[in-house]
Write a protein that binds this ligand. Structure first.
Ligand code: FAD
Length: 495
């Protein structure tokens, strides 16, 4: 809460801050009411309700202050202000975390969404990316040079949250996770210090930032290594009827077991009622889709992906060659801002016949036709990196199960949340219980899930937290609790 912070202190903060400081009474006037001089001086985005909205429409948090930073100096000022005034802090990158951890009730949001610069060095094959950038920003700049770094499957997602939690995208089996491609990270610690972490400096912090989430400070920029990709890539986007879903998933498992190194795929099971994609007689039927990319020469890729298109008679097949940037945007429309979402995950030990049967069952009973159960192929480069080299957990799992409830009406909230939880409870028999940090439901996964996920690595993360954030200033995340104290606001409500 900021109610105990005097106006004088807030004014002093504002005087030293170059970005916008947005308060609950900042309401954008209609154009007719704006005077010419206000039009000259007003900030474009100073509307409180716009500024506190995040991607997930389930989240309705009311921060006391939103500090929309323009650069590193603003981030340092905001962190110092929060610490000195004992404020609850949320950090916003792309605002796409399903648990809504980019905002909080009361407290201060350190919002990096205006810091979206990307600078590519085509010779060195690196990209320097400010921490409010989305993957669309990065792909646009890097593809101008025929280069890319592994991002996520939806271009509107923020680079920051996704990378700090790992980062699974279309290039993962060939080039690893997003965090595996980091060369360095600039950040502001809870103490207000600005430093760069890499293999050569603050090495332990660099280790923790690659998979340990937003626990150790506010990242202001990432430096990524780039690879030659595209501009055209071979893709797989094929759908089969779900009436033989188990058979199709078994065939998919066989394919993945000997897939070429360039191939990364996932399956989606659900109705996915899209009148533009599917013939009218199957639009409301359950389906299984296979989505994938080959990160090598397009012609070779088409050949490599062909078996996935021949697992039976497809009901629709949009596979082919397309620009990499287009592939990166392909699913953007399927996840509109403001709809209702609840996503969780589990690493699977294997895609056994029994696990497949249960996936088929839970797909059948999904309350929303927009929901899917996804199986992500892992392995390849992800598993070639030594587990000790980064904090990321789940490196050696062969598959990740993602259970995505997507729905529209608030009255359906309970049924959808319950479906995800029941499905996960059942599927735990095929898993060691570890989860992917970036699909956290409502953040109700507490320290026990963190300990299960990270195993013995968890203590190493705690030691790092003790060093860089001993008072848990950065608590609204998949939290590594410092030895000294814990701090929560119930910020992202349990459900
Ligand atoms: P935000 O909500 O802005 O931030 C989430 C958290 O990250 C913050 O609470 C904070 O703890 C931390 N954080 C953010 N910025 C900073 C910073 N600058 N410094 C320190 N900490 C920070 N994940 C995948 O791996 N692959 C996918 O293909 C994928 N697809 C997705 C598609 C959609 C439509 C959505 C909504 C999510 C997807 N995700 C995917 C999950 C995604 O990785 C997480 O939602 C991630 O948290 C989004 O990052 P963000 O910066 O947009 O989130």
């Amino acid at each position: 809460m900021a109610h105990h912070v005097s106006n004088e202190r807030i004014e002093r903060f504002e005087a030293g801050f170059h970005g916008d400081l947005i308060r609950p009474d900042d309401v954008r006037k209609s154009e007719a009411l704006v005077s010419p001089s206000e039009r000259l001086h007003r900030s474009e985005d100073a509307d409180y309700d716009d500024a506190r909205a995040v991607w997930n429409g389930m989240i309705d948090k009311r921060p006391a202050l939103i500090a929309r930073c323009r650069g590193v100096a603003d981030v340092i000022t905001a962190v110092n202000f929060a610490r000195e005034n004992d404020l609850l802090v949320a950090v916003r990158g792309g605002g796409h975390n399903v648990a809504g951890t980019a905002v909080c009730d009361g407290g201060l949001v350190i919002d990096l969404s205006e810091m979206r610069g990307v600078r590519v060095d085509p010779e060195a094959r690196t990209a320097w990316v400010q921490a409010g950038a989305t993957w669309a920003d990065v792909d646009h700049e890097t593809q101008a040079f025929g280069l890319a770094t592994p991002g996520g499957l939806v271009s509107e997602t923020g680079v920051a949250g996704l990378t700090l939690g790992g980062g699974l995208g279309h290039l993962r089996c060939k080039h690893g996770l997003s965090c595996d491609n980091l060369a360095s990270v600039d950040l502001v610690t809870a103490g207000g210090d600005y430093l760069t972490a890499s293999e050569d400096e603050h090495e332990e912090l660099f280790w923790g930032l690659r998979g340990g989430g937003g626990n150790f400070g506010v990242v202001t920029a990432f430096e990524f290594d780039l690879h030659e990709v595209g501009p055209e890539v071979a893709t797989c986007l094929v759908f089969y009827s779900a009436d033989r879903m188990a058979e199709r998933l078994r065939a998919y498992r066989e394919y993945v077991a000997s897939a070429p190194a360039e191939v990364s795929t996932l399956t989606l099971a659900g109705v996915m009622p899209d009148e533009e994609l599917f013939p009218s007689d199957v639009v409301d039927e359950r389906k299984i889709g296979i989505v994938g990319c080959h990160a090598g020469p397009a012609e070779e890729g088409e050949r490599a992906l062909r078996p996935l298109r021949e697992l039976g008679e497809p009901i629709a097949d949009f596979s082919g060659t397309m620009p990499y940037v287009e592939l990166q945007r392909l699913f953007d429309e399927d996840y509109p801002d403001g709809m209702r979402y609840y996503w969780k995950s589990l690493y699977l030990d294997d895609l056994s016949d029994s696990a497949i049967d249960r996936i088929a069952y839970w797909t059948d009973v999904a309350p929303s036709p927009l929901s899917t159960i996804d199986v992500w192929q892992l392995g390849g480069e992800i598993a070639r990196i030594d587990a000790e080299d980064t904090a990321f957990a789940g490196r050696y799992a062969p598959f990740l199960l993602g259970v995505e409830a997507n729905w529209e009406r608030p009255e359906d909230d309970d049924a959808n949340v319950e479906w995800v939880r029941d499905c996960l409870d059942d599927m735990r028999q095929f898993s060691d219980g570890s989860v992917y940090l970036n699909f956290p439901g409502f953040l109700e996964q507490g320290e026990d899930v963190m300990r299960t996920t990270f195993g013995s690595t968890y203590e190493r993360l705690v030691a790092l937290k003790d060093e860089y954030d001993p008072t848990n200033l950065f608590s609204l995340n998949q939290n590594v609790t410092p030895s000294g104290r814990a701090r929560t606001d119930g910020g992202a409500s349990d459900g």
